[in-house]
Design a protein around this ligand. Structure first.
Ligand code: GLU
Ligand code: ZN
Length: 286
């Protein structure tokens, strides 16, 4: 069994990512799963090589270890293959709606996300470079169980409508790349922050369209914030792990503070990555 830690190299790691990496490690240990580090540079307009190296270096510095590694920019053939498959099944269409037009002509869900109503669904536009590609999201209820949050019944058609798989700049979207990769890389256990929970039903629907029989198990972990809901770091001027590292703060201090903020430790104590993951594992087993 494989799980993954999947940061996007659009910036350096911050403490929220580190909490995710701790959860990935603790849950992988619980399930006897291996860990893949997947660098999610699907959006080439935002990814930076310096962040890719920086993420790896900072993860090593913290003591996170992984068994396999991949980077989305090397998966082009995979995405092209899956898109072709969806075209053959008539499950996608081209769309020339601008951002402005999309916002003006579609409702939004409670999170402020567009629920795309299908303006271009029957326009038969060409799959050309300047058009985006949208998925014909099935109008059906997806049933799924979160290992932490329980049972969900959600209709992705109502949550987001026909979502994009490729944007008008030719970039693969997060939703498409992540589903294609989780399928091809045999990821059976997805551990990530609960801010991504809303993506789960649409990802399951898309994975079924790609031919995946059994979706992965999902565990969406709580996010860290202080009791007033503010961002975790007391030192607002050092928002990234790289910044904290450059300021001379040790990995043990960072990890101890993260566990304290996440209510895993009642009182701060410095911890190695392994110790922090172990503490988290004990909490999970309760
Ligand atoms: N790349 C995504 C992020 O950094 C995480 C993807 C996922 O875990 O599904 O937010
Ligand atoms: Zn359109």
């Amino acid at each position: 069994m494989f799980t993954r830690f999947a940061p996007s190299p659009t910036g350096f790691l911050h403490r929220g990512h580190v909490l995710s990496a701790l959860y990935v490690t603790a849950i992988a240990q619980k399930f006897g799963a291996k860990i893949r580090l997947r660098i999610e540079d699907h959006d080439q307009s935002r990814a930076r090589p310096a962040y890719i190296d920086g993420i790896r270096e900072d993860l090593e510095w913290l003591g996170f270890s992984w068994d396999a590694e991949s980077i989305q920019s090397e998966n082009q053939e995979r995405y092209i293959h899956f898109l072709k498959l969806l075209q053959e099944k008539n499950l996608v269409y081209a769309c020339d709606c601008s951002r402005k037009f999309t916002f003006e002509t579609n409702p939004q869900n409670a999170d402020g996300e567009i629920i795309y109503q299908g303006h271009c669904r029957n326009r038969k536009l060409p799959f050309s470079k300047e058009n985006s590609v949208r998925f014909k999201t099935p109008d059906e209820i997806i049933k799924w169980d979160d290992l932490r949050l329980g049972h969900f019944l959600e209709n992705p058609k109502q949550q987001c409508g026909d979502f994009a798989l490729k944007d008008r700049l030719g970039q693969w979207t997060y939703q498409f790349a992540v589903v294609a990769d989780d399928f091809e890389e045999d990821i059976d256990l997805v551990v990530r922050g609960e801010d991504l929970r809303v993506s789960t039903a649409r990802q399951i629907a898309l994975s079924q369209a790609l031919g995946r029989k059994t979706p992965p198990l999902f565990f969406h972990h709580p996010l860290i914030s202080d009791p007033t809901g503010k961002k975790l770091s007391k030192r607002d001027h050092v928002a990234s792990i790289r910044g904290e590292r450059d300021a001379g703060i040790s990995p043990e201090t960072i990890l101890g503070e993260i566990c304290t903020a996440a209510d895993i430790l009642p009182q701060f104590q410095p911890l190695s990555f392994e110790e922090a993951a172990k503490k988290l594992g004990i909490v999970l087993n309760e």
